[in-house]
Every structure is written in structure tokens, then in C-alpha cells.
Design a protein around this ligand. Structure first.
Ligand code: RNT
Ligand code: ZN
Length: 416
């Protein structure tokens, strides 16, 4: 233990914060790392581009194009991050062996065996996502809310297949699987019928959830979105739609992605409300710049505020946390690592907040002192606590880790 840590610990202790306990706690809290940062959200089941209202920009060399490359890249990135990981897989990342192929409605657990092996070898849980985009059966930009019955049926079957796969993940890893339903369904221009698609969306998700599953093993979520590229005027899965759906369907969780709201709306303010009503909720943590741009997560104010809210609400065991961003313009291993480390920093920072003291000031209406203390906290020696946490987790606390990425880029990525 460094003298710097000892001295920082004493400073925090004066404010009633036990930094040893904060570090110990963080080691037990999982955050899901998304596989899709490694290959610009393409996957292995199609040759076409990414479509469905989301987009990656950039053409940085070395992206993974095979399962072996993606898994190796994830391993490299994970070796540079402190903390407890889960792995988040999308259905389009099915790994087919020896020329076999199954369309999305016919996916089976066996197509994800490699992911299970990978997670189990590393003692990690798996989360899952049906992929309702980048596929020819997305008809006129619609899937579960399409007016075309055959289209809806195909995507409902996909959702059901994904429930079976999620349950397989949970049984194999011993960790519950969060299964998130997001579609890019919507309209570019002002629709004539807003309710029709939403009623169909509701019925389709209900049909998916009619697939039998153990609620302790599979945690289905619905993710809302205000708009996407090409669906600027209307989305079937709006915030109200998703929230109300989750509230009225037992065992279904609302998922908030902080890139999916109007630019001045903040998810940090919504967490406490949802935790008043839902036993569990889920988050996609990202960084939207001006729009849902999915920039790499950094240790900025809103990221900190989201982490603080989870901790202040004593929600670490009730909030399923997952990262969701994709930048194709920089080294992808570094993108994964910067984002995950930033979220770890935010959680540790939140765990080191003297929240008992601050809440007391609020309740006593000592609002001037509360402002003073909020400012005081910002310059506490947090860097020394972070360094200690990283040391205990066996990773570099400073940017030393980037040397590993440069080496990997030269030796592996640039040779692809
Ligand atoms: C899109 C949603 C969704 C996707 C992933 C790949 O805007 O955020 O969660 O990013 O499913
Ligand atoms: Zn998301």
C-alpha cells in the first residue's frame, strides 16, 4: 500500500468515507462489456453494412473480422481494465461452425457455445441482445411493429430464440442473463398513425415474452429511443412506450440508454424515480455528443452523476450496467479500455462520495454548506484511491496500459 494511498485514505476518512470498503465493494460489482465495439457492430452472420438507425463512423485499421480475432481483442482489452466483467453479446455474433448457418429466427444455443466457453473460462456472466437490424427481413425500416404479419412473425421467432439462448447462458455461467430488446423501428417523416405501430410493437414483445423462461435466470428489458438516423420523426419504442411496457409486464425491466433522450434530458435524474417503482432496472452507458453518437465513454460530469445516483440509491445490486458505444475512428482496443476504465472510475468516485454527510446537509436544509461540500469533494485526492484500486486489480493505474495497445496494434492488428 502506497504512502499516497494512506494519506488519501485519511483525508477521505475525515469525511466519513471508508476507501478500503469502497475498493472492496467495487470489485464485486459487474459491468457488461459490449462485444460490438470490436468490429463496428457488424457481427458474423451477414456481409452487409450496419443498418437500423445506428451508425459507426471511421475506418481505423485492424478491426476484428473473425470470432477468433474478436475474442482475442476482447481479451487484450479486458487485461487492461480493473473490475468485474460480464460480456454482452448480440445475436448477430453467432459463431457457426463448418459452413453451417441459421437465420435469426432459427438460432440455437449451440451457435453461442464458443461465447459460453469464453465466458466460463474467465469466470464471467453473459448478457444477450436479439439483433433487430442489419438484416434483409427488416421491412421498410420496421420489425416487431411492422404492419406485415410475416415480418413481425419472423422477428417474434427471433426474440423467442434469444430467450432460449439467454436461459442457456444463465444456466451455463450460473449468472442471470439480461436480455435487451431494442429495435430501430420508426419513421423518417411525420407518421399518419402513431398508435398502430405501438400496438403491434406491444403485442409482438408480449408474444416474445410468452416463451417460457425462468425469471430468475433471464431478465428481459425494453430499451427506448427518441430517434435514430432515418427515423427522426417517430420511434415505436419511445420512452413512454418502453417504461409503461416494463411497468405493466411482470419480470420485464426498463432499459435507459443515456444517448436516447433529448439533449438536455439526463438519465442521472431518472434513475431514482425508476428505482422507486422497479425492483431492477438496466442501463446502457454511452456518451452522446449532440446526438446519439455513441462516443467512447469518458469520466465526465454526467457519467459521474449516473454512477453517483446508482450508489446513492443503494442500487448497485438493482441496476444492471452495460456499456454501449462504438467508435471506428480510433484503436478499438483502446476504445473499449478507455470506456470501461472511465466507468470504473465513475463508480469508484461515487463510492468515495461522503454521501451520508451530504444527505444530512440537504435534509437539514443547509444548502449553502452543501454547495461548499459538493465543491470540496471535487478536489479530494481521488487519483490515489484509483491507483490503489488498479494496483489491487493488477492493472496499470496510469496510461502505461496504452503501451500494450500500441504493441498489440503493431504485432497483431496491423497484420490483419
Ligand atoms: C441503439 C441502441 C442499442 C444498440 C446495440 C448495438 O441506439 O443503443 O442498444 O446500440 O444494441
Ligand atoms: Zn443502447
Amino acid at each position: 500500500m502506497s504512502t499516497r494511498y494512506e494519506s488519501a485514505k485519511a483525508i477521505y476518512a475525515k469525511l466519513g468515507v471508508d476507501t478500503d470498503a469502497a475498493i472492496a465493494k467495487l470489485k464485486t460489482v459487474p459491468t457488461a462489456l459490449h462485444c460490438w465495439q470490436g468490429d463496428d457492430v457488424i457481427g458474423f452472420d451477414h456481409d452487409g453494412p450496419l443498418t437500423g438507425g445506428i451508425q459507426t463512423t471511421g475506418n481505423y485499421p485492424g478491426k476484428a473480422t473473425t470470432p477468433a480475432q474478436l475474442l482475442a481483442d476482447m481479451d487484450k482489452a479486458m487485461s487492461l481494465m480493473p473490475g468485474k466483467k460480464k460480456i454482452n453479446v448480440h445475436a448477430c455474433y453467432a459463431i457457426f461452425e463448418d459452413g453451417e448457418f441459421a437465420d435469426r429466427d432459427a438460432l440455437e444455443p449451440k451457435h453461442f457455445k464458443k461465447w459460453v466457453e469464453f465466458a466460463k473460462e474467465r469466470g464471467m456472466g453473459l448478457d444477450f441482445n436479439p439483433t433487430f437490424f442489419s438484416h434483409p427481413k427488416v421491412k421498410d425500416g420496421l420489425t416487431l411493429s411492422s404492419p406485415d404479419e410475416a415480418t413481425r412473425k419472423f422477428w417474434i421467432e427471433h426474440g423467442k430464440a434469444c430467450i432460449r439462448i439467454s436461459e442457456y447462458f444463465a444456466r451455463e455461467t450460473g449468472v442471470p442473463c439480461v436480455m435487451n430488446i431494442w429495435t430501430g423501428d420508426g419513421y423518417k417523416d411525420v407518421p399518419a398513425d402513431r398508435m398502430g405501430p405501438r400496438m403491434r410493437y406491444k403485442e409482438s414483445i408480449e408474444a416474445i415474452l410468452s416463451e417460457p423462461f425462468d425469471k430468475n435466470l433471464v431478465k428481459p428489458c425494453v430499451e427506448s429511443k427518441v430517434f435514430g438516423i432515418g427515423v427522426e420523426s417517430y420511434t415505436s419504442g419511445s420512452a413512454e412506450f418502453s417504461l409503461t411496457f416494463a411497468a405493466t409486464h411482470d419480470g420485464c425491466l426498463p432499459l435507459m440508454d443515456n444517448g436516447h433522450y433529448h439533449p438536455t434530458e439526463v438519465v442521472s435524474d431518472k434513475i431514482s424515480t425508476l428505482l422507486c417503482y422497479f425492483p431492477e432496472i438496466a442501463l446502457h452507458i454511452t456518451r452522446g455528443i449532440r446526438w446519439d453518437s455513441d462516443h467512447v465513454l469518458v469520466f465526465d460530469d454526467e457519467t459521474k452523476e449516473i454512477a453517483k445516483e446508482i450508489v446513492r440509491c443503494d442500487g448497485l445490486s438493482r441496476v444492471h450496467m452495460a456499456l454501449d458505444y462504438f467508435d471506428a475512428s480510433i484503436n478499438r482496443i483502446a476504445a473499449w479500455t478507455v470506456g470501461y476504465r472511465s466507468w470504473q472510475k465513475a463508480l469508484l468516485y461515487a463510492l468515495c462520495e461522503p454521501s451520508a454527510l451530504l444527505k444530512k446537509l440537504q435534509d437539514e436544509n443547509a444548502l449553502t454548506e452543501l454547495l461548499v461540500m459538493h465543491e470540496e469533494v471535487k478536489t479530494l485526492p481521488f487519483g490515489d484511491i484509483w491507483a490503489e484500486y488498479c494496483a489491487q486489480c493488477g492493472v496499470a493505474a496510469d496510461s502505461e496500459w496504452f503501451n500494450e495497445v500500441k504493441k498489440y496494434e503493431e504485432e497483431v492488428l496491423l497484420k490483419r
